[in-house]
Design a protein around this ligand. Structure first.
Ligand SMILES: *Cc1c(COP(=O)(O)O)cnc(C)c1O
Length: 340
């Protein structure tokens, strides 16, 4: 099976498994797990923040950040197809008591600074006011687009001028760093908090980090406990995370394979594929011989798995558990299906 659904399907390497087995552990709710402490320190160092907190998932990290930055009833300005808005089961409303003001981010998934300025609401007798702005980098639904530190800073300046914090959903922040050839810290620098996943392309089995200044992380730690994310001998899962964090530069290989896949599929009749920035390939088969659903099921019949962005737009994701031969085989199978 060639699994191109997501980079979350990556399995821990032998090195990660033996690191898990040998990890020194303690009770992390008491702050006594040396491996978790090391992972948090290493993440903070890479992201250029004062501190970081290990959390079970990216979703929990984003929700904790929203809870930490805001007051009940406030508004969050975010992109209309962002993960935080569309794929976290309504958590902003259900868990944090927030209302959302979604903005159109266009093809890149990044709203303009002027649209943001217009969306910010001052608190008044009638209005709760804006409590948080969220960005996403890379942007998942836009096809893994990478936004430069300058583009992010332009949005952050508007928010900060209004006294509003910015949280970055950086589930795939390291992919953005590789694509833009900048240190990860350059992408975290303009924002007030950042979440990144070690469980996706970096290949660790479990977990994400949410990072910011010491005061932010101290409050975030209390919300993690409230949401049931306080873990005990979590060094067992944090140890592979440390190896994952040290291997981010290899994501370049996944990006090269994504370009190869995109270039080949774009040549097929009725198929449109934009050159990917990172490891997510958006394949639009609207004008092809089969529709999106048929394409996916015929791929699956031939042992190639893909995902749907919705309608006739398919998502194919490259990751470390694939070989060049797998990518070639996937191209051959897709070519067979999409050529009459
Ligand atoms: C995967 C993802 C998340 C959530 O991570 P989980 O660990 O699956 O909860 C958040 N944001 C983006 C952009 C993602 O792609």
């Amino acid at each position: 099976m060639i699994d191109l659904r997501s980079d979350t399907v990556t399995r821990p390497t032998d090195e990660m498994r033996s690191a898990a087995r040998n990890a020194p552990v303690g009770d992390d709710v008491y702050g006594e797990d040396p491996t978790v402490n090391k992972l948090e320190a290493r993440a903070a160092e890479l992201l250029g923040t004062q501190a970081a907190l290990y959390v079970p998932s990216g979703t929990m990290g984003n929700q904790i950040a929203a809870l930490t930055h805001t007051e009940y009833g406030q508004e969050v300005v975010l992109e209309a197809t962002s993960h935080i808005y569309g794929h976290e089961v309504g958590g902003l409303a259900a868990t944090a008591g927030l209302q959302v003001r979604p903005l159109d981010g266009g093809a890149d998934g990044l709203f303009s600074p002027s649209a943001l300025a217009d969306a910010i609401i001052e608190p008044s007798l009638h209005r709760a006011g804006t409590g948080l702005v969220c960005l996403e980098n890379t942007h998942n639904r836009a096809g893994g687009t990478a936004h430069s530190p300058a583009a992010m800073a332009a949005r952050c300046d508007i928010a900060h001028d209004a006294g509003i914090p910015v949280h970055l959903d950086g589930a795939r922040l390291f992919n953005a760093a590789v694509a833009l050839d900048v240190p990860p810290a350059a992408l975290a620098e303009p924002v007030d908090s950042v979440m990144c996943c070690v469980s996706k392309g970096l290949g660790a089995p479990v977990g994400s980090l949410v990072a910011g200044d010491e005061e932010f992380v101290e409050t975030a730690r209390r919300y993690r406990k409230r949401l049931g994310g306080g873990m005990r001998q979590a060094g067992i899962i944090a140890a592979p995370g440390l190896i994952a964090l040290d291997s981010w530069e290899r994501l370049a290989e996944d990006h090269e394979r994504a370009v190869r896949l995109a270039t080949a599929l774009d040549e097929l009749p009725g198929v449109t594929v934009d050159a990917p920035d990172t490891n997510l390939v958006r394949v639009d088969v609207t004008d092809a011989v089969v529709d999106g659903e048929t394409f996916l099921s015929q791929l699956a019949d031939r042992d190639v798995l893909g995902g749907a962005y919705g309608g006739d737009v398919i998502r194919l994701c490259t990751h470390r558990d694939l070989t060049d031969a797998d990518v070639d085989a996937a191209i051959a199978v897709a070519t067979e299906i999409l050529t009459d």
